[in-house]
Design a protein around this ligand. Sequence first.
Ligand code: PEP
Ligand code: MN
Length: 354
Amino acid sequence: MVIVMESSASEEQIEQVIARLVEVGYDVHRSTGVSQTVLGAVGAPRQALDPRSLELLPGVREAVKISSPYKLVGRTFKSENTIVDVAGVPVGGPEVIVMAGPCSVETVDQVGAVARRVAVSGARLLRGGAFKPRTSPYAFQGHGEEALRWMRAAADESGLRVISEIMDPRQAEMMLRYVDCLQVGARNMQNFDLLRELGRLRRPVLLKRGLSATIEEWLLSAEYVLAGGNTQVILCERGIRTFESATRNTLDLSAIPVVKKLSHLPIVVDPSHGTGRRDKVIPMARAAVAAGADGLLIEVHNDPDRAWSDGAQSLYPEQFDTLMGELRVIAPVLGRSLPVARVPATLACNTGRA
Ligand code: PEP
Ligand code: MN
């Protein structure tokens, strides 16, 4: 249930409504906006509360039973867009934020080289896998903590933030030492223990859409994180399984306007896993920005033909640079921009770009 207070409601009136909700067994999440306070009542109350009886309380404008099963991620609970702060990089604001890097972190030199290239082109986050969810148990599973150490150093050198995938709640404590944003992979979208753990943490989460998940299921997974108290969630569309076999997945760009209407959370698009081939990544990245995505997650490798995983869908650094230039033209049409590349002086000397 969502309770919208009058803009003139006093603190005492708000507290009275909260007390009534708590009394019957609801958990109450309060959103204090500029002009109005909205209360989200979640959980299973011991006693059913008629919204009309709540509307009789002083200071209540409207009490609405929400038919959608999620509440905290919905626009009814919070109408303004959420901007997720990834260690000073705002995702969901006017700037389109690009996260780029290799599928797997392979060597210290590889991740350093990719970081320098993507930073010069204007990426703000370095993405790379240290723990890899591979279909085959015999495929490269990632270098684990060592890879995170390399990534952190590479990102710091190039002025980037770090995003990497967490697969198990037991990795959380260690990962918090290295990463600014925790990625939940498509295969783990409904790993509820993991989502609950991420709800307890205060670190941004990028939640990928599951391989066969509906938008409602995806939003319910995000709800797990918010219900735990962590509001910093970025959704990521990465393609879904369909009957189509021409691409690795079917990138559902219509999810962007659908999610934008239903939820206040930012949404980014991963055209790399969404298409599986680098020649398809570029047009779909352009289309995602044109459709209103708040950012992109793109695989880039310094030597894609020798990549340990997902080489075919990884862009060459030059292709990535060209794409970023194109996005700088597209974004302003939508009233948005791409951040200017902030390259540390040490790197600017090496690249000749400032
Ligand atoms: C990845 O980002 O490298 C990855 C494994 O993606 P997904 O979970 O979307 O398959
Ligand atoms: Mn990959």
